[in-house]
Ligand binder design. Structure first.
Ligand code: SF4
Length: 415
């Protein structure tokens, strides 16, 4: 049996996609180490020019060892043809070909199978070895066209996974002992628009399945918080943390970025959700072209007003083929990095304040053990380190007494 190694770059959706490919392999053995493999499937990312070069140099390394390289993922669309022509890869497969991987790996001649950008896989991923929570990909693609983003061009327009298929998947995972479910996709807030449903309805149905204890949502766009979503905000099974992608807090930058959100409404929404007890995270890009010092100063002052607890920030990185790639004036890299640091520090302090003022008991799922301590996440998506005399890995624990340290919560748990 030939041995296959999967190398996954990029986002959570790619981790999920790799799992789908693994589940569709019949005649090959999946190995944990690249050195043991005759075939390496590279599930690539193309989100920035930097991501492309990372994938390219990884492939060069594998070629030197002589293993066969199959390119999958978003990079197959943007760079597949070039890499194929340069004979750097044996085969290129598009997103819709994931479920055909077994026969593609049998191919004796070099191939390019790009498939289409409209389909969605039917495979149900029913277990994640070694993980305590389960990821569910509920949709694929995006109908937005933010000016810096290549994703819609390589993953296609938004389409929702069949609701019954998702519910089946949750039932199986719940039977396998999973209690926490993380809903992912390219733009999950658009779920259901093509199916006369909505994210709110789907989440409600998932929550009714026996064994489902907590539901966590990936990134949602502020304009996607609709009435059906507001209906679930009081539900105990919804994680008390939401991640709403602002990307910026300057009206001018949102216009350049071709975003659909608006600073005034965003702030009102954040205040509303915060008053309901939610911890709030966001995505933010610093250094996009046009972000002058004046624009930045104003945006930073506005950001201070947002009740944020988590931030996923990026320095803008050029992606050829997007409108932003030709925009001027560009922002110097060191300035963009400093801005990133400033907002990360700001949100770090806000998170500390949030944890200090929260006098609730924490509902924690323990995910791993590191350096003798258990590591878990509470309902606000804050990390906690637990010193326990009992093995509590993958268990749910309720903790009332804990110490709020500057960077993380800490507890001693004795039974
Ligand atoms: S919402 Fe914007 S940033 Fe997010 S995937 Fe769609 S186009 Fe890209």
């Amino acid at each position: 049996m030939k041995k296959v190694y999967f190398k996954t770059f990029g986002c959570r959706t790619n981790i999920y996609d790799t799992q789908i490919m693994i589940q569709n392999l019949k005649d090959f053995e999946v190995v944990e180490s690249e050195e043991d493999a005759q075939i390496v499937v590279v599930n690539s990312c193309t989100v920035t020019n930097g991501a492309d070069s990372g994938v390219r140099s990884y492939i060069n390394g594998v070629n030197k060892r002589g293993a066969k390289v199959i390119l999958a993922g978003c990079g197959a669309f943007s760079k597949g043809e070039d890499l194929f022509k340069d004979k750097k890869v044996f085969g290129v497969m598009g997103h819709s070909e994931k479920e055909n991987i077994n026969s593609l790996l049998h191919e004796k001649t070099r191939f390019v199978e790009m498939g289409d950008l409209n389909s969605l896989e039917k495979t149900i991923v029913s277990d994640y070895l070694g993980k305590s929570k389960a990821f569910l990909k509920i949709q694929e693609g995006c109908n937005f066209r933010c000016s810096y983003c290549i994703i819609p061009y390589v993953r296609g327009d938004a389409r929702s996974q069949d609701e019954e298929l998702i519910l089946d998947q949750v039932r199986k995972l719940a039977l396998n002992g999973y209690g926490e479910f993380v809903l992912t996709g390219t733009n999950i807030g658009s779920y259901g628009q093509d199916k006369k449903s909505s994210l709110g309805n789907l989440v409600k149905r998932i929550s009714q399945i026996r064994g489902v204890r907590r539901i966590r949502l990936g990134s949602i766009e502020p304009i996607q918080i609709d009435d059906s979503f507001r209906e679930i905000l009081d539900e105990p099974w919804l994680e008390r943390h939401l991640h709403l992608a602002l990307q910026h807090t300057s009206e001018e930058m949102l216009r350049l970025m071709r975003r659909r959100n608006n600073v005034k409404r965003d702030l009102e929404l954040f205040e509303e959700l915060s008053s309901l007890g939610y911890a709030l995270g966001t995505d933010f890009i610093t250094g996009h072209p046009g972000e002058s010092q004046e624009v930045w100063d104003e945006a930073y002052e506005t950001l201070k007003k947002f009740p944020l607890t988590h931030i996923h920030s990026f320095v803008y990185s050029k992606r050829d083929g997007t409108p932003s790639a030709t925009m001027k004036p560009e922002v110097r890299g060191d300035i963009a990095k400093q801005r990133l640091k400033d907002i990360e520090n700001l949100v770090f302090e806000k998170n500390y304040e949030f944890r200090k003022t929260r006098a609730e008991s924490l509902d924690i799922l323990v995910e791993e053990k590191k350096d003798g301590l258990f590591v878990g996440y509470d309902q606000f998506y804050n990390k906690i380190l637990i010193d326990s005399n009992r093995d509590i890995l993958k268990e749910w624990v309720k903790i009332d007494n804990y110490e709020v340290k500057r960077d993380v919560n800490y507890a001693i748990f004795e039974v």
